[in-house]
Design a protein around this ligand. Structure first.
Ligand code: NAD
Ligand code: DAU
Length: 337
C-alpha cells in the first residue's frame, strides 16, 4: 500500500482522513471526488502544496474515469468515502443515494478487480444494523436491518464489497463508523446545524421527542480506526468504530447551547424524521483487539467541534448562504406543518 485513491476526499471525513494520513505516512494520496454540494475543495487547502497529494475531479459511477485515474496515478489501494450521506436528503430524493452508494461502489470494485489492485477499503456506517434496542450493542456478524434509503444503500454496497472478496479474491475490508463530529462537517447534519444556528440565534430543530440516541465520535478517532484496519485488518472482515457511549439528541443540543452561552429557548420541537432510528449502539471490541481506542470523550469531542465553528465562520457562512438555503427551507418548512 503506497498509492491510495481516496474517493470522497473533499467531504467531511475524507478530508480529515487526508490530513491525518499525510501527517503520519509517506503514501501518495489521490483524492477522487465529484465535488457535489457536500464536497468542498477548501477542505483540502492545507494539503494543496504537499508533494504527496493530488486532486482529481471525477464521479465514482464513471468506470472509465476511475480506471484512467488508477492507471495514470499508479494506484494500488482504494479507500471509498464517496457517498450521498444525509439521511433526510435520502428520504426526499432516494435515487441519488442508490446511484452513488450502490452503483458507485460497484464501479470502484470493478475497476479494482479489472486492474488488479491489492486493497479495497469501504467506509460504512453503524446504520446498516438498523435501530438497536437497549441494552443491546451491534456486533459485526449481526444481521443488517437498514430502514432508510441511505442505510439500505450502504448495506447494499457492503454486500457487493463482500461478494467481490469471496468471488474474485479482492482484498477488502470494511469499517462501520458511528456519527462523526469535528471540522469541515457540512451544516445540514445535526451538530454543525445546531451549532451554527445557535451562533446566529436561530431555532434548533429537534426531531420528534429528541430522545433518539447516537454515538457521537470525534472525526480523528474514526480516522485512526480506519488507519488501524487498513494496516492490521483481516481481508473480508468488517470492524465497528465508535466510542460505545450514546447521547440523546436533546442532551447534545443543551450542551451546545451551554458551550455557546445561548438560551435554551432556541430549542424548537419539529415533526419527526420518517422512519427515524431510535438508537444506534456499537460493540467495538473487535477493533479494540487490534490496539485501537477512542481518544475523546463526548464532551471533549463536542467542545473541540463547537470551538472550530466559532473560529471558522469563513468556512460555514458561505455554505449556509448558497444551495443550502433552498434545501433548508424545503426540509424544515415541511417539518413545521
Ligand atoms: P460528506 O457528505 O461530507 O462527503 C461526501 C463526499 O463524497 C463529498 O466530497 C462528495 O463530493 C463526494 N461524492 C458524492 N457523490 C460522489 C460521486 N458520485 N462521485 C465522487 N464523489 C462523490 O460525507 P462524510 O460525512 O464525510 O461521509 C464519508 C463516508 O463516511 C460516507 O461513505 C458515509 O456513508 C460514511 N460515514 C459517515 C458518518 C458520519 O457521521 N458523517 C458516519 C459513518 C460513516
Ligand atoms: O450513524 C452514522 C451516520 O450518522 C452516518 O452514516 C450518516 O452519513 C450521518 O449523516 C449520520 O446520520 P444521522 O442521521 O444519525 O445524523 P444527523 O446529523 O442527520 O442526525 C443526528 C440525529 O439528530 C438524528 O437522530 C436526527 C436528529 N436531527 C437531525 C437534524 C439534521 C434532529 O433532531 N434535527 C435536525 O435538524
Amino acid at each position: 500500500m503506497q498509492r491510495l485513491l481516496v474517493t470522497g476526499g473533499a467531504g467531511f471525513i475524507g478530508s480529515n482522513f487526508v490530513h491525518y494520513m499525510l501527517e503520519r505516512y509517506n503514501y501518495h494520496l489521490v483524492v477522487y471526488d465529484a465535488l457535489t454540494y457536500a464536497g468542498r475543495i477548501e477542505n483540502l487547502a492545507a494539503a494543496k502544496n504537499n508533494a504527496n497529494f493530488t486532486f482529481v475531479q471525477g464521479d465514482i459511477c464513471d468506470l472509465d474515469s476511475i480506471k484512467s485515474a488508477i492507471q495514470q496515478h499508479k494506484i494500488d489501494t482504494i479507500i471509498n468515502f464517496a457517498a450521498e450521506t444525509h439521511v433526510d436528503r435520502s428520504i426526499m430524493q432516494p435515487d441519488a443515494v442508490i446511484r452513488t452508494n450502490v452503483n458507485g461502489t460497484w464501479a470502484l470494485l470493478e475497476a479494482a478487480r479489472e486492474l488488479g489492485l491489492t486493497r479495497f477499503h469501504q467506509i460504512s456506517t453503524d446504520e446498516v444494523y438498523g435501530q438497536i434496542a437497549e441494552p443491546n450493542r451491534s456486533k459485526e456478524h449481526d444481521v443488517f436491518e437498514p430502514r432508510s434509503p441511505y442505510s439500505a444503500s450502504k448495506a447494499g454496497a457492503e454486500h457487493i464489497v463482500y461478494a467481490y472478496h469471496i468471488t474474485y479474491g479482492l482484498h477488502t475490508t470494511i469499517t462501520r463508523g458511528s456519527n462523526n463530529i469535528g471540522p469541515f462537517h457540512y451544516p445540514e447534519k445535526a451538530v454543525p446545524l445546531f451549532t451554527t444556528n445557535a451562533m446566529d440565534d436561530l431555532p434548533i430543530p429537534i426531531y420528534g421527542d429528541g430522545k433518539q440516541m447516537r454515538d457521537y465520535q470525534y472525526v480523528t478517532d474514526h480516522c485512526e480506526g480506519i488507519d488501524v484496519v487498513l494496516h492490521r485488518g483481516v481481508a473480508g472482515e468488517a470492524y465497528n468504530v465508535g466510542t460505545g457511549v450514546e447521547t440523546r439528541n436533546i442532551d447534545m443540543a443543551h450542551k451546545i447551547l451551554d458551550l455557546l452561552g445561548k438560551p435554551h429557548s432556541l430549542i424548537e420541537y419539529v415533526k419527526d424524521r420518517a422512519g427515524h432510528d431510535r438508537r444506534y449502539a456499537l460493540d467495538t471490541s473487535k477493533l479494540r483487539a487490534l490496539g485501537w481506542q477512542s481518544q475523546h470523550t463526548f464532551d471533549q469531542a463536542l467542545e473541540k467541534t463547537v470551538r472550530w465553528y466559532i473560529d471558522n465562520p469563513g468556512w460555514w457562512r458561505p455554505i449556509k448562504s448558497g444551495e443550502y438555503r433552498d434545501y433548508y427551507h424545503k426540509q424544515y418548512a415541511e417539518r413545521q406543518s
